[in-house]
Design a protein around this ligand. Structure first.
Ligand code: C2E
Ligand code: CA
Ligand code: CA
Ligand code: CA
Length: 277
């Protein structure tokens, strides 16, 4: 066995050894990060297009790693999924978002809904609705103040299962958004089978909306489609006044983006809302 081990070892080029080593170190650090409370949530406002008021927020996870600094989710969510850490991490995110929002409500801050991103792995857990109900019970937050964001590709992976899952979540009074809408290749007929509240238009369609006629046409169609199905529409990645003006003209309901605010640590988000959004 020892000989085989050594032979295997020699098979890898040094660069691959380094990459494998780095990956192992990342996995180990990630596992410890949850135990050592190195994750935190930042909050980005969701803004009503017509009034300019902050009406909700999205919780976005960050990893404050002592060695790596502040790590963005795109650099660790995938690994967390592969090593199964996404289930306890996702549970922590949900609990923390609800706890923080309830604390804000009790402190007299304007009542806002908090949106939490769900990984495909979480969405496939059969007991997810019971788990979410338990978190709402424990934190004392009303179901109507929780929104779950699931991507188009997650719901389309198994539409029949997804429809049942969305029924069970929506039936509790939880809002459901389809994230990154337009990036998948779904048939639109599924929209009427799913219990949904909001379509989130992906950032890639918003970027050039005021200069690219095709992007503008797609956004216009998505808004018309959503409204005829009695769904709300939110645009993500709004960075300029020109983009916002265009979205207003097309009748988009809400927006998110750096134009109003980046995702902020809890105390900074609180200050933004208390200052009147
Ligand atoms: P997402 O759900 O599509 O979130 C939107 C991303 O766009 C966020 O990146 C946000 O910071 C960024 N963003 C917001 N406004 C603007 C803008 O005006 N311009 C640009 N260029 N970007 C903007 P972030 O926080 O790095 O999150 C990246 C992705 O990581 C999220 O994409 C989501 O898929 C995932 N993610 C974040 N938090 C969680 C979580 O708690 N659980 C899971 N499963 N996934 C998460
Ligand atoms: Ca999202
Ligand atoms: Ca998105
Ligand atoms: Ca996205």
């Amino acid at each position: 066995a020892k000989k085989v081990g050594r032979a295997n070892h020699q098979f890898f080029a040094p660069a691959m050894n380094a990459a494998a080593g780095a990956r192992l170190a990342l996995e180990r650090a990630l596992r410890l990060a949850l135990e050592n409370q190195q994750f935190e949530l930042h909050y980005q406002p969701k803004v009503d297009v017509a009034s300019g008021a902050v009406v909700a927020m999205e919780a976005l996870v960050r990893w404050r790693c002592p060695q790596r600094g502040m790590v963005p989710p795109n650099d660790f969510i995938g690994v967390a999924e592969e090593i199964g850490l996404i289930i306890p991490l996702g549970a922590w995110v949900l609990r923390e978002a609800c706890r923080q929002n309830r604390a804000w409500q009790l402190a007299g801050m304007a009542q806002l809904r908090v949106a939490v991103n769900l990984s495909a792995y979480q969405f496939r857990q059969k007991d997810l609705p019971e788990f979410v109900a338990g978190v709402l019970r424990d934190t004392g937050m009303d179901a109507s103040c929780l929104e779950l964001e699931v991507t188009e590709s997650v719901v389309m992976h198994n539409p029949a299962d997804a429809a049942r899952m969305l029924d069970r979540l929506h039936g509790q009074g939880i809002h459901i958004s389809v994230d990154d809408f337009g990036t998948g290749y779904s048939s639109l007929s599924y929209l009427k089978q799913f219990r949904l509240d909001t379509l989130k238009i992906d950032r890639s369609f918003v970027r050039d909306i005021s200069s690219d006629a095709d992007d503008a046409a797609i956004v216009r169609s998505v808004i018309a489609l959503a409204h005829s199905l009695r769904l709300k529409v939110i645009a993500e990645g709004v960075e300029t006044d020109a983009q916002l003006a265009y979205l207003r003209e097309l009748g988009c309901d809400q927006y998110q983006g750096y134009l109003r605010s980046k995702p902020l640590p809890a105390h900074e988000f609180e200050a933004l809302v208390r200052a009147g959004g």
